[in-house]
Structure formats: structure tokens, C-alpha cells
Design a binder for this molecule. Structure first.
Ligand code: TRP
Length: 328
């Protein structure tokens, strides 16, 4: 079947993947493979902009490759590669930086937030982060970029850079990408309040053991109004119930919805059910991940092959870009 175009997404290697990564991103990346030619990039250069992500960079990069492959990325069709393995992106980053007004970068909400988070380390790379991201996207002539809403300003920025570049050099070699918002649901952590993430230690890791997962789930916060077992609960405000919907058979979800409201089922029972269903759902992922972890050479070969295929596209684009800007 003819594919609809090329999808590109960059994923930061920030450590072991959790349910938030899975529901918020990986699931979509996997599904998009059916309709698009997909290019997925582990953005290790972007990770260098934040110190906490650099400490275990190599391990995190490898772990993310394992997680993506175990989740269902099919490297025979999809290009899965590591950003720094295709150095053309840094060349394009430099060229695009010449058509980027500095004020635009320092005005971006993502930059301002990072600057607030790490006031002692507002490095130049942080300012240029969106230029490198734009280079990622346009180097592969991507049509569609699946990202969460927080990345929308970066996609808009990319479109502007493409227009400026094409106008300045009277060319049409670069393509304006479309954004595809894939953040169907914001996944909250075990605290039931904040977005799931490693920094808040409220995550449920995909590759944890069933027992670790069960313990994590049993520690989850539920409807804060429900104190005693006999209190009726409200599933609409309970994160455990929200997550049930992604991992539990529909009939059981319907049963919990009814029984929780009339105190027919308690939070402990509800969480035990969730842990069991979650562990069952993650079984194939964990089996595949363990199988891959036992073959590091195979994972390396996948990434090498991905980089070679990515480089072929990148070199072609760069030849056009160099010609447009009159570099040799
Ligand atoms: N900035 C993205 C994030 O923080 C990661 C990223 C880097 C990206 N390059 C990209 C996403 C290109 C989409 C396309 O999640």
C-alpha cells in the first residue's frame, strides 16, 4: 500500500521508559508505521543541553532503542537511528541558524521554562535547541511530525525557518512540516496530580518486574475524597480508573465504574485489578525487551543500519542545501 508521506519524530533519551511515554508517544509511533514512512530519531545531541540527561547518555540511548523496539517499532521498514550518528544535522543547524532571529528563540516558552529550571546553566545550546530540532525535521524532508502540544511552538518555528530559508536563497528545497498532535491524554503519575515523569519519581516503568509494578500501583493515589472503604468513590477524578481504561477489558472497566460509585469495590481491590491487567498487557513488551537485551549486537546493528539509511537521505538534502547557499 502506498504510504501517505514521511513522519519524523525525535525522542529524548532520558532513562527507562514509563507508562506516560508509552501512552503519550510510543503507541502512536507504532501505529503511524501502518500509514507512513517513519523516521524515529533518538536525539542524544539535544540531551546534551540538560546536565541530568548527560550523565548516563550512552546507557539511556541504548535503553530507549530497546524500549522502542520492544514496543513495536519495526526496523525493517522504519528508520530508527541515533541523532549524532548523522552529523549532517549539525551542519544544517549552523546554516539554519543564519536565518533565525535570536529574539525569536529567547521568546519561546520552552526556552523561558528551561532558563527558569536551570538558571546556572543557560547555555547557547539551549537557545539553539529549536534550530537543531528544525534541522532534524527538514533534513529528512518530513511531512508530518507527531509531538505533544508542548512542542507546537517548535513546529511553528520550524515552518518559519523553512520559509525564511527558501525565501533568502530563492529555493524550495526545504519542506514545511505539519504538526500532528498525538497527546491524546496527559498521563498522570502515581501521585494522581502531576504528569508522569522520572524527575517527580511518580512513574511506572515499562520494564519493571511484575512485582515492582504491583508495588508501584498499590502505592497510587486514588479519589482524594474517598477516605473509608465504605465511602462511595468518583472514578472521574481517579487516575487509577483513567489508566484502567488503557489496559483493562471494557466490561471490567464498566463494572468498576458502577461499583466504585456505590462502594461495591474498594481502592485496594481496584488497584490489584489494575496491577494484574497492566502486568498482563506489558508481558509481550517485557519478553521482547529481554530478548533484545540479550542480543546487544543485534540492537547495535539495527541502529547502524538506521543511521546508514538516514545518512543517505541527509546527504541528498545537504547537497541541495549546499548548492542553494553556494557552499562547495
Ligand atoms: N524537542 C523534542 C522533545 O523535547 C524532541 C525532538 C528533537 C523532536 N528533535 C525533534 C521532536 C524533531 C520532533 C521532531 O520532546
Amino acid at each position: 500500500m502506498a504510504k501517505k508521506g514521511r513522519v519524523f519524530s525525535g525522542i529524548r533519551p532520558t532513562g527507562r521508559a514509563h507508562l506516560g511515554n508509552y501512552l503519550g508517544a510510543f503507541k502512536n509511533y507504532v501505529a503511524l508505521q501502518d500509514d507512513y514512512e517513519c523516521v524515529y530519531c533518538i536525539v542524544d545531541l539535544h540531551a546534551l543541553t540538560t546536565v541530568e540527561d548527560t550523565l548516563n547518555l550512552r546507557q539511556n540511548t541504548y535503553d530507549l532503542a530497546l524500549d522502542l523496539l520492544a514496543a513495536g517499532i519495526r526496523p525493517e521498514e522504519t528508520i530508527l537511528f541515533v541523532q549524532s550518528h548523522v552529523p549532517q544535522v549539525t551542519e544544517l543547524h549552523t546554516i539554519l541558524s543564519m536565518v533565525t532571529p535570536l529574539g525569536k528563540l529567547t521568546d519561546l516558552p520552552t526556552f523561558k521554562e528551561k532558563a527558569r529550571q536551570q538558571p546556572h546553566n543557560i547555555n547557547y545550546g539551549l537557545v539553539g535547541y529549536p534550530v537543531l530540532m528544525a534541522a532534524d525535521i527538514v533534513l529528512y524532508k518530513s511531512d508530518v511530525v507527531p509531538v505533544g502540544v508542548d512542542q507546537a511552538p517548535h513546529i511553528e518555528f520550524t515552518r518559519e525557518v523553512v520559509r525564511s530559508f527558501n525565501y533568502r536563497y530563492s529555493t524550495n528545497v526545504l519542506i514545511e512540516p505539519q504538526m500532528k498532535n498525538t497527546e491524546i491524554l496527559k498521563v498522570l503519575g502515581t501521585d494522581g496530580k502531576e504528569k508522569m515523569g522520572k524527575s517527580l519519581d511518580n512513574q511506572i516503568e515499562l520494564a519493571a518486574t511484575p512485582e515492582e509494578t504491583r508495588q508501584r500501583v498499590m502505592g497510587m493515589f486514588t479519589d482524594p475524597q474517598r477516605i473509608k472503604r465504605t465511602d462511595p468513590g468518583n472514578p472521574d477524578v481517579c487516575n487509577v480508573f483513567t489508566l484502567h481504561k488503557s489496559f483493562t477489558p471494557a466490561e471490567e472497566v464498566a463494572m468498576i465504574n458502577v461499583e466504585c460509585r456505590r462502594a461495591g469495590i474498594g481502592c485496594v481491590d481496584c488497584k490489584q485489578r489494575f496491577a494484574a491487567n497492566l502486568n498482563k498487557a506489558l508481558e509481550p513488551f517485557r519478553a521482547k525487551r529481554a530478548e533484545l537485551a540479550a542480543k546487544p549486537d543485534l540492537v547495535q546493528a539495527v541502529l547502524d543500519d538506521g543511521a546508514a539509511r538516514a545518512r543517505a537521505i541527509a546527504e541528498k538534502t545537504m547537497a541541495e542545501v549546499r548548492a542553494a547557499v553556494q557552499l562547495p
